[in-house]
Design a protein around this ligand. Structure first.
Ligand SMILES: C[S@@+](CC[C@H](N)C(=O)[O-])C[C@H]1O[C@@H](n2cnc3c(N)ncnc32)[C@H](O)[C@@H]1O
Length: 228
C-alpha cells in the first residue's frame, strides 16, 4: 500500500516536471519552436513585400551605403533586399533556428554579414561594429519587462552612430495584446520618442494595418528617427 502511494507520487512529480519543461521554455527555445513548426509564409508577421519599411528607408540619404542592424531578424527576406542594394548587415536573433535558416539561404551570396545570435536586450559584444541604421520590425513589442526594454534602448544608443537612423514597426495601441502566444507591450510614437530621448528627432511616422497570412488585420505604427 505504502509502496504504491510512493510510486504514484513519483509518477505525478515526473509528469508535473515534464509539463513544466514544456510550458517554461526559454525565449530562444520558444522562438526555435515557432520557426521549426511553420513555413515562413505561414508566420503571422510574414510580409511579401517591404513597402512600408522602404517608405521610411527611402527618406534616408544614401541608405544603400549603410551598415544596418536588424534586431530579431527572424527569417525575413528583407535581408536579401538589403544585400541586393549593397548594404552591410548585422543580423541578430535570439533563435539559433532563425539565424541558421537565413544563413543557409545566403550561402551562395558573398554578403558582408555579422551574425549576433543573442537576446538583443542584453549587452552586445564590444567587437560589434557601430551601425548607421537600426531597423526593428515586430521585435521591441515583445519586451514586457522594464529592464529588458531599457537594455534594448541602451544597445540601440550604444551602437547607433551619431547622425544614424532608427526605424520601428511595432504593434500600435489598438493592436492585439498577444502574438506568437506571448504578451506584448504595444507602442505609440510618443512612447518610442520618450524612450529614445532628446538626441533623437522624429522624421516621419504613420499608422499601417498589416494583413497577416490568415487575412486578419494587425495595426502597426511605423516611425523613423534621426540621431543628432
Ligand atoms: C514577430 S518576429 C519578427 C521577425 C522579423 N523582424 C520580421 O519582420 O519578419 C519576432 C522576432 O524577434 C525575435 N526575438 C524575440 N525576442 C528576442 C530577443 N530578446 N532578442 C532578439 N531577438 C528576439 C524572434 O526570434 C523573432 O525572430
Amino acid at each position: 500500500m505504502f509502496h504504491n502511494a510512493v510510486r504514484i507520487l513519483y509518477f505525478l512529480v515526473l509528469v508535473l516536471f515534464n509539463i513544466g519543461k514544456v510550458l517554461l521554455k526559454s525565449d530562444s527555445e520558444h522562438w526555435d519552436m515557432v520557426f521549426n513548426e511553420r513555413e515562413e509564409s505561414q508566420l503571422g508577421w510574414f510580409e511579401k513585400d517591404f513597402l512600408q519599411t522602404f517608405r521610411l528607408l527611402n527618406l534616408i540619404p544614401d541608405w544603400q551605403k549603410s551598415t544596418i542592424l536588424l534586431p530579431g531578424v527572424g527569417t525575413s527576406k528583407l535581408v536579401e533586399e538589403l544585400i541586393r542594394h549593397g548594404c552591410r548587415l548585422i543580423l541578430n536573433d535570439i533563435s539559433p533556428e532563425a539565424i541558421s535558416k537565413v544563413n543557409s539561404r545566403l550561402l551562395e551570396k558573398k554578403a558582408n554579414i555579422t551574425w549576433l545570435c543573442q537576446d538583443i536586450s542584453q549587452p552586445l559584444p564590444e567587437s560589434s561594429p557601430p551601425v548607421d541604421i537600426w531597423i526593428d520590425r515586430a521585435v521591441l513589442h515583445f519586451f514586457t519587462d522594464q529592464n529588458d526594454i531599457k537594455g534594448y534602448f541602451a544597445n540601440l544608443k550604444s551602437y547607433l552612430k551619431p547622425g544614424g537612423y532608427a526605424i520601428f514597426a511595432e504593434f500600435s495601441l489598438t493592436g492585439r495584446e498577444k502574438c506568437a502566444h506571448l504578451k506584448l507591450h504595444r507602442y505609440s510614437v510618443d512612447e518610442i520618442s520618450d524612450r529614445l530621448g532628446e538626441s533623437f528627432k522624429l522624421i516621419s511616422s504613420f499608422d499601417f494595418t498589416f494583413t497577416n497570412p490568415r487575412g486578419e488585420p494587425r495595426p502597426y505604427i511605423y516611425a523613423l528617427y534621426k540621431r543628432n
